[in-house]
Structure formats: C-alpha cells, structure tokens
Design a binder for this molecule. Structure first.
Ligand code: 5RP
Length: 228
C-alpha cells in the first residue's frame, strides 16, 4: 500500500473541520485548494440533508462562485460574528500562528476570520514549520497607487522580496491591489514585524495571522492530527 497523496490528505483534513459545522451556522469560507474541499463538503452535507440553514461568507470571488455552485447561500460580511471559519494556510507554527495569502486572498480572509468565534485551519503536514517564515514568503497586500514607493519602504524592513506576477503582468487581488512576497529572515519578532508592516504607508495588510486560529486539522499519511 502506498502513502495517500497530498490531495487526499487535504480532503481528509477538510472533512474533519466541516464536522464542526452545525445547522444554522454562519460560516467563513476560506480560499485555496484545501478550503475548496471544505466548501464542497459543506455543500455535500447540505444536499444530503445532514445540515440546514447554513450560510457562508466567502473570502474570495473564487470561493464565492464555488459556494454558490455547491448550494451554499452566500452573504456579504457584516458586523455580526461568524460561528466558525474554515481555511487553509501556507505555514503553521506550533502556536498556530500562520502565514496566509499565497492564494492572494489574505485581506478578505483576515477581515472575515477575525470575526469568527472559531478559526479552524486545514492543511497537509507540509505546512507545519517551527518558525514563521521558514519556508513560505510573507504576502503583503499593497495599494496599486505608488506601489514602487511602498516596495522601497518595505525593502527597508524585509530586503528580500518581489512583486507577485501573473505572467507578464503584476498579480492583482480581488480588491484591486498588488502583492509583495517577502522573505522573513530568522530572528524577527513576528508580532513586532506585523506592527511595523501595518504601520508602513501603502501597506493594506499582511499574511501574518497571529493568535487567530484556535485549532488546526493537519493531515499526514498516518492520520489527521488535531492541533490546539
Ligand atoms: C489564500 C490562502 C490559502 O488558504 C493558502 O494559500 C493555502 O492554500 P492551499 O490550501 O491551496 O495550499 O491563504 O489566500
């Protein structure tokens, strides 16, 4: 017997997380290839009559379209809390601090997930790190206007980084902004870094999700680990 592939592991993690969704809940719907499995599983449970009255708040245009396609009623974000949000991550440290945004949805994800009573992360084991910044770059969403000046300010803090491209063009987020992907060198205090980046003119938000997640379902070939 060979080890399950990463897609099978991601789906397993998603199914574990969606088991926490109950009827009548308002659910934050994440973005990315793992969150997609969660959206599909919510749709499947609604269609099977295992759930009813669930509504979703989508964190990207892509997740909005998928949710509607699988039969989840989608609402706009408003100030009411969400019962739960389920999303993937690019890095997860032992304290469940995260890097998110390689899929480009970090701003809507943070706006949505900060309002969730519970943020549940789903991932395969390759996303686990001992230090935030170990493997993944940090996506930083910046305003289009004056982006070269913003990048110069950012390089004073995080010198290694590049503007995300979509072919020959800069990648544009659902919000009409750009993304600067920066390496976090060892030795940075991530809380101080977040404050410094958020205080940098032209920065809209960062993919650092610190102290936001309560639980992560992380799938490895030997089973799904629940991390708290
Ligand atoms: C999108 C995200 C995604 O959740 C993150 O990139 C993980 O994606 P995937 O599940 O495809 O690995 O933050 O902005």
């Amino acid at each position: 017997m060979h080890a399950p592939d990463l897609e099978a592991l991601k789906k397993e993690a998603a199914i574990r997380a969606v088991a926490l969704v109950g009827s009548g809940m308002r659910v934050g719907l994440g973005t990315g290839s793992t969150a997609k499995y969660a959206i599909e599983e919510i749709g499947r449970r609604l269609a099977a009559g295992e759930l009813s009255g669930v509504t979703g708040v989508a964190t990207s245009e892509a997740s909005d379209a998928l949710a509607r396609q699988v039969g989840i009623p989608v609402e706009a974000l408003d100030p009411r809390p969400l019962d739960i949000a389920i999303d993937g991550a690019d890095e997860i440290d032992p304290a469940l601090n995260l890097i998110k945004g390689l899929g480009g949805a970090l701003l809507r994800e943070k706006l949505t997930e900060v309002q969730a009573r519970q943020l549940v992360i789903i991932a395969d084991h390759t996303k686990l790190v001992t230090r935030i910044g170990e493997k993944a770059p940090l996506p930083i969403e910046i305003a289009l206007f004056g982006f070269l000046s913003t990048i110069e300010r950012l390089r004073a803090v995080l010198p290694a980084g590049r503007l995300r491209q979509n072919g020959a063009q800069p990648y544009v987020t659902d919000n009409g902004n750009l993304i600067f992907d920066a390496q976090i060198p060892e030795g940075h205090d991530i809380h101080a870094l977040e404050r410094q980046l958020k205080g940098t003119l032209g920065v809209i938000d960062t993919g650092l999700f610190l102290g936001m997640a309560q639980v992560a379902f992380v799938a490895a070939p030997d089973g799904v680990q629940e991390l708290r």
